[in-house]
Design a protein around this ligand. Sequence first.
Ligand SMILES: Cc1cc2nc3c(=O)[nH]c(=O)nc-3n(C[C@H](O)[C@H](O)[C@H](O)COP(=O)(O)OP(=O)(O)OC[C@H]3O[C@@H](n4cnc5c(N)ncnc54)[C@H](O)[C@@H]3O)c2cc1C
Length: 333
Amino acid sequence: MDIVGGSLSGFSSAISLKQQNPSIQVVVHEKYKTIGYNHEGRRCGEAHTIEREWAKWKPMGKSIFNEIYKSETIIGKKHHFTYRKPGMSSCMLNRQEFICQLARSAKKLGAVIQTNDKIKTICDLDGDYVIDASGCPSSVKRELDIPMGITGVTFQQTLEDSNAFVSDTVKIVFCGDFGYFWIFPRDPLKQEINLGIGVMGKFEGNLRELLESFKEEQKITGHVNYVTGGLIPLGLQRPFMHENVLFVGDAGVGAFPLTGQGIYRALVSGDIAGTCIAKGHPEKYPYCIAQNFVKWDMVGKSFIFLNNVLKHVGPNAVFMSYNTFIGLRGGIH
Ligand SMILES: Cc1cc2nc3c(=O)[nH]c(=O)nc-3n(C[C@H](O)[C@H](O)[C@H](O)COP(=O)(O)OP(=O)(O)OC[C@H]3O[C@@H](n4cnc5c(N)ncnc54)[C@H](O)[C@@H]3O)c2cc1C
C-alpha cells in the first residue's frame, strides 16, 4: 500500500490503515527531505475547527498556537459574531508541528516513511493500492491526465509584532467583488498574525496589491516574515477513485468552497480511505466520500455561482447574499 504525500491527508490515511489493519504494509512517500517543514507544508493561516465527526484528529500540545473563542465576520456594514466555548473546538494550528505529530503516530503504528522520495510515476509503486495525498495540483492526477475541478487562489503574509494580534479572535472581511480578507492570530510569543486574501473562482487582479491596500485601510502594522500563496481546490475534485488509486485531501475532496478550509477535509478523507482499504472495500470509498461531503459542497458551490452573477448587479447584492447565507448557517467558523 503506497501513499503519495506525507502531509495531513497522507498521514491520516496511514494511521487509519494501520490502526484498523496492522497487517497491511504501508509506505508513505514524501518528496521533501523533512516532514512538515517545507514549502507545501505551508506556514500560513491555519484556522482549524474541530467538530464532533473529526474530534479524533484533535491537535495537541505544541501543535496549537491559540484557542479561538470568537470569530468576527464583516459583510458590508454588518458584523457577525460567533462564539465558541473554551475546550479547543477551534484553534490556530501550528501545522508543521501537527504534521510531525501525525508522522510520529503513523511510524509508531508501523508505517514506513520515506522522505526525499518524489514519486515521478505511480507505475514505480508496487502496492495493491495507491492513495494519492499529493495535494493541489495533484501530481498523480497530472500523470493520469485527470483535470482539477474549480480552484480558488490565495495570497498571504505572516507579520510579527503586529498591532492586529488578538490571541483568541479570527476576523474575516468579505468583499463585494471577489472574495474575502482574513486576520488570524499565530504565535503569541511573536505577536504574529497571518493576513490573507482568498478569491473564489477566476480572478484577474493583483492579490498582493489588494492585500497591501487592505493593510493600509485597516492600519495594520508589523514586520512581514513570511509570504505564501497557492491554489485552493474549491470543493470535491472528482473522480475520487481511478482504478487502484484513491484520491484524498486536496487531490480528492478539496477545501470547503466558501471558506477554503481544507485541513479537516484532508484528515477526514484520509481516514475514510484508510478505513475502506483496511476493511477490504476500497470500491466503497467514492460512495462514503459523497455521503460525507456532497451536501455542503452543493450549497457552497451554488453560493459561489450565485455571487458571480450578483457581482454584476453590484456589491450590495453580494453582501445581501452573504448575510443571508451566514444567517442560515449560523456563522462561518
Ligand atoms: C496558502 C494556503 C492557506 C491555507 N489556509 C488554510 C486554513 O487556514 N485552514 C484550512 O483548513 N485550510 C487551509 N488551506 C487548505 C489546506 O492547506 C489544504 O486543504 C490541506 O493542506 C490539504 O492537505 P493535503 O494533505 O491533502 O495536501 P498538502 O498539505 O498539500 O500535502 C501534500 C504533500 O504531498 C507531497 N507531495 C506532492 N507531490 C509529491 C510527489 N510526487 N511525491 C511525493 N510527495 C509529494 C508534498 O510535498 C506535501 O507534503 C490553505 C491552503 C493554502 C494554499
